[in-house]
Design a protein around this ligand. Structure first.
Ligand code: HEC
Ligand code: HEC
Length: 309
């Protein structure tokens, strides 16, 4: 298998972080969405489920929760560029299978769009749908669209909305919509994984940009991550604050890490280490990632996600 060969030198991408949707069972027909208008707490909007799934007009349940959106964020451009706000949510808070964009430096966003476009930023798990969709949208976006989208997301801060909980047993989950969702059938051992899931599945499924996530992380991982991040763990890695800022809130064009999705962070550390994320700025991360094990990445991400953005 080509995939096996590609990873002959390294570990496989951890499946709990690279969430791949299972193919539907043969002959299965998804139930049509509930046609009834839906309401959410704190919102006067009333939208059908189908309306909340429109990639060219994503739901804006709380219009006062963000500045006015430019066209690429609110509508995209038919037929080939979906609205950024569809996946990243209209306030840029993002979801575990994509990324939070709120509060990223504009120059950093522009550089990442170029990297996706040029083939310098891919996922180590080619079967994971959302990163491939991101690459398509970056290829479709023109310079002006990228500039206005970057200016929008850089203009307001990211808000903490991921609760990091150290745990031994976690609710059993299944992958739906490229995300872990509670399976509703009891618990299972967390082991050495991070499992991130919606706090309120209904609100997340309706793309409520004000309903966050809980991330279960292994017991002791936050403290172990703190030591790696702050001191470099005796040569395992390098202290991160010199580039990402002392509180991991970003520094100049270098992105903030504090409070952001730990599943996303693990994917990026792994992609950078495996060399599938290799943009012009990625070389600066070499010393930080080259010797990390997956367990180290878990600890680092548990710690960075637990910090105040
Ligand atoms: C179909 C869903 C989807 C749409 C639409 C989308 N993105 Fe993304 N985006 C993603 C995913 C998934 C990732 C994370 C990829 C990965 O894991 O490496 C991502 C990552 C990013 C990143 C990297 C963030 C970081 O911290 O490095 C930027 C920047 C970005 N997107 C900008 C945009 C902009 C601007 C638009 C609109 C023009 C857009 N995206 C539209 C899915 C999407
Ligand atoms: C020498 C400077 C430098 C150091 C030290 C450094 N980083 Fe980075 N980091 C960067 C730069 C620059 C980027 C953007 C890379 C790119 O564009 O591909 C980055 C990107 C990242 C990303 C991806 C962010 C995103 O939004 O996609 C993560 C996660 C990250 N670094 C974590 C860390 C951690 C954890 C450490 C410490 C163990 C660390 N970095 C140390 C410079 C640094």
């Amino acid at each position: 298998m080509t995939r096996g060969l590609a990873f002959a030198q390294g570990p496989a991408p951890p499946p709990w972080a690279y969430t791949v949707n299972l193919p539907p069972p043969p002959g299965a027909k998804p139930a049509p969405p509930d046609p009834a208008p839906q309401q959410l707490p704190g919102s006067t909007a009333s939208l059908t489920v189908a309306q909340t799934r429109d990639a060219f007009n994503p739901p804006d349940w709380h219009p006062s929760g963000h500045p006015p959106m430019p066209e690429p964020v609110a509508r995209g451009r038919r037929p080939e560029m979906r609205a950024c706000g569809f996946c990243h949510l209209v306030n840029g808070q993002g979801r575990p299978e994509n990324a939070s964009l709120a509060g990223l430096p504009a120059a950093y966003i522009v550089q990442q769009m170029a990297d996706f476009k040029n083939g310098d930023r891919k996922s180590a798990e080619p079967r994971m749908g959302p990163p491939n969709a991101m690459i398509q949208d970056a290829k479709a976006a023109n310079d002006e669209e990228i500039r206005t989208a970057a200016a929008y997301f850089a203009s307001f801060p990211f808000t903490k909305w991921i609760r990091v909980v150290e745990a031994v047993e976690v609710p059993r989950t299944r992958i739906a919509g490229s995300m872990h969702v509670p399976a509703g059938d009891g618990t299972e051992p967390l082991g050495a994984r991070i499992i991130e899931m919606p706090e309120d599945l209904r609100r997340t499924e309706l793309r409520d940009a004000s309903s966050g996530f809980v991330a279960y992380v292994p017991t002791g991982s936050v403290a172990r991550g703190e030591s790696l991040v702050q001191t470099g763990g005796a040569g395992k890695t390098v202290a991160c604050g010199s580039c990402h800022g002392p509180d991991l809130k970003g520094l100049g064009p270098v992105p903030p890490l504090a409070g952001r999705s730990p599943s996303y962070t693990v994917r990026q550390l792994f992609d950078l280490q495996q060399g599938v994320r290799k943009g012009p700025w990625s070389a600066l991360m070499k010393g930080a990632v080259e010797k990390l094990t997956i367990d180290d990445m878990v600890a680092i991400a548990a710690y960075t996600a637990s910090r105040e953005p």
